[in-house]
Design a protein around this ligand. Structure first.
Ligand code: 13P
Ligand code: SF4
Length: 303
């Protein structure tokens, strides 16, 4: 405990010395969230990254999020505290999957979830997050959409919009959200009969069927005010975030072991060392960044 408080003090001092801010995703460890200047979902973080005055951005999240911040801030230094902080789902989508789908559906726009590498974003017409995927896909002037890499989000979007969604790769998924099953839904209903179910759209379709609300992590925060007791079907740390924001409500994790290893690769010690040694700098080659930026900026304009 003493060590945590000491690290927090050192981080606060370094933030001033380096003219740095810390952006953190909702799934970060509690003590990392506590030192962040802004905590949010991937859309909120991308938006916040366009409004940074500081010279240095320390990104406490996974690599695709830090890359997005760098693409939107080519002149700033963006640091990721641990190089192992990666998103397994983003890494499933390769450029060849997009090109193969483009051959079959040459007129279909390519819509990529921000959970994708900068290299693949360079082939996207627009990016989306789980907070705006439905709205943006509704607005696109095409009934057939190439979408990657999350098949479950693709299913959700297809269901709500009625459009034909071609998932790339065919089986892209998040291993954390894929863990939730019907048994978890049944257990949640048995243990917490008064609670409602908030479900991330990366969960399997059969779990989505039983959701009271299907929302991004930011949507969970916005909509938690609607009820007093919730079972949370997403990464475990979301329960900390929600409980801190709504101390008088009850939040239960649907599964204790729903843990994203990439998100948890960043500790307070890493954040401290990152600011102390100015490591690890995120770089995106300009020819990729330029194309990816267009897709991300189009998303920010459309949502
Ligand atoms: P959100 O945009 O809902 O924060 O989701 C990001 C993510 O990685 C979910 O697993
Ligand atoms: Fe990627 Fe899943 Fe982790 Fe989100 S929870 S960052 S989708 S691996």
């Amino acid at each position: 405990m003493e060590k945590i408080e000491e690290l927090k003090r050192k981080i606060e001092k370094l933030k001033k010395d380096r003219n740095a801010i810390i952006l953190a995703h909702n799934y970060q460890l509690p003590e990392v969230q506590d030192v962040a200047d802004f905590v949010g979902d991937s859309l909120e973080l991308a938006r916040r990254a366009t409004k940074v005055d500081a010279e240095v951005i320390v990104f406490a999240g996974v690599d695709f999020m830090a890359e997005t911040a760098k693409i939107l801030n080519p002149d700033k230094i963006v640091l990721i505290p641990n190089k192992r902080a990666t998103c397994a789902m983003a890494n499933m989508l390769k450029v060849k999957h997009i090109l193969e789908a483009k051959k079959k559906y040459p007129n279909a726009p390519v819509v990529l979830y921000v959970n994708s590498t900068a290299e693949t974003k360079a082939y996207a017409d627009v990016t989306v997050t789980s907070a705006n995927a439905v709205d943006i896909i509704k607005k696109l002037n095409s009934d057939v959409i190439i979408f990657g890499p999350d098949k479950n989000l693709a299913h959700y979007v297809a269901k709500v919009t009625g459009k034909t969604i071609i998932p790339v790769p065919p089986e892209g998924h998040c291993y954390v959200h894929k863990k939730f099953t019907i048994e978890d839904v049944e257990r949640a209903k048995r243990l917490y009969p008064n609670a409602k179910l908030m479900v991330h759209p990366e969960c399997n379709p059969e779990v989505q069927e039983h959701a009271d609300i299907i929302v991004s992590t930011g949507g969970m925060i916005r909509r938690a005010c609607e009820w007093d007791e919730w079972v949370v079907f997403t990464e475990r740390e979301m329960v900390y975030r929600l409980s801190k924001l709504y101390p008088n409500k009850k939040f239960y994790p649907a599964k204790e072991d729903a843990v994203c290893v990439g998100m948890k690769a960043i500790t307070l010690q890493h954040v401290y060392e990152s600011l102390r040694d100015m490591k690890y700098e995120v770089t995106v080659p300009e020819e990729i960044a330029e194309k990816a930026r267009k897709a991300i900026e189009r998303m920010l304009e459309m949502s």
